[in-house]
Write a protein that binds this ligand. Structure first.
Ligand SMILES: [Zn+2]
Length: 301
């Protein structure tokens, strides 16, 4: 009874003070508060938990979650969450500098730790508001191997079930629907990989390691940004690469600027977007972005 009254007065407070729906949801409760560190995990949590979870991706729009650092407010909100779903594979570089309750964390890729790809000879470069960074250590775009994505979804589901065991059946059913969708993507990519076998490809950024391994793509990556014209030395290096690795397509995280695309085209290299979808898309969702990626890759020469 006391709880019901609390809820009612919370709703009333929200009404009279013009709180946003989100604030009201926070006041209400009953929903499991799940924090996630990238959009694929947000999508998985939303599919698995449905209306029973409130999913928070604390990274501002336009920022790459892989190079984001939580501010004190984000940390305190995470500490109050019921569950903190992490990508693992070195994705959360901030993790060992903040104190979060161990029991609330679920490292969604820990189950396939042995399959992590180590990056050798990484170079430091800069992009985005985070400034300089390097891709040394472990490759972290684990979900671009859609079979691995399915395992991450499962780990997340187990974390949610641990917190709400009474809803186990619902969560498992939602998980199996999600995994079926991920498997469709995985199968399509396997077919596509078979068709493109041995065909040299270029990546604009070192984020496609798991994609290349799972789907057998013959990929070499540079460190370019879609909206920054690479310096002269990069174009010279590209010419040298193209002698040994005669690629006719470069895959990009986002549409490259027309100037870059045109200059590549002069070298016989087309551009295709393969968005890792680490951040919440402006349109569609994880599945539709991955479908668009597959269509883009399919239409490459
Ligand atoms: Zn980078």
């Amino acid at each position: 009874m006391k709880l019901v009254r609390g809820l009612l007065s919370a709703a009333w407070l929200a009404l009279i003070s013009g709180f946003s729906c989100e604030a009201l949801a926070d006041l209400e409760d009953g929903k499991l508060k799940v924090f996630v560190s990238n959009y694929p995990l947000a999508y998985f949590a939303e599919r698995i938990g449905g209306h029973r979870v409130a999913v928070s991706l604390p990274v501002p729009a336009g920022e790459d979650p892989a190079f984001w650092r939580p501010d004190p407010e984000a940390i305190s909100r995470m500490q109050k969450a019921d569950l903190i779903a992490l990508n693992g594979a070195d994705y959360e570089k901030w993790l060992n500098r903040v104190s979060l309750p161990r029991l609330k964390q679920v490292d969604t890729s820990a189950g396939f730790k042995a399959a992590y790809i180590r990056i050798e000879n990484a170079v430091t470069h800069s992009h985005g508001p985070g400034g300089e960074h390097s891709h040394d250590g472990i490759a972290f775009t684990t979900w671009l191997d859609l079979a691995q994505a399915g395992k991450q979804a499962e780990a997340l589901a187990l974390g949610v079930i641990r917190k709400r065991p009474e809803l186990k059946a619902v969560f498992l059913e939602n998980l199996s629907g999600l995994q079926a969708d991920l498997k469709v993507l995985d199968d399509e990519l396997l077919k596509l990989g078979e068709a493109k076998k041995n065909q040299p490809l270029l990546g604009s950024h070192p984020v496609y390691q798991y994609l290349a391994r799972r789907y057998g793509l013959n990929l070499k990556s540079v460190h370019w940004e879609p909206n920054e014209m690479p310096p002269a030395a990069e174009w010279v290096a590209l010419d040298e690469t193209l002698i040994r690795h005669p690629a006719r397509t470069m895959i990009w995280e986002a549409q490259p600027s027309p100037e870059i695309a045109a200059r590549l085209k002069e070298k016989g290299v087309s551009s295709a977007v393969l968005d890792p979808c680490a951040q919440r898309p402006e349109q569609g969702d994880f599945l539709s972005v991955m479908q668009a990626n597959i269509a883009n890759l399919e239409s490459t020469p």
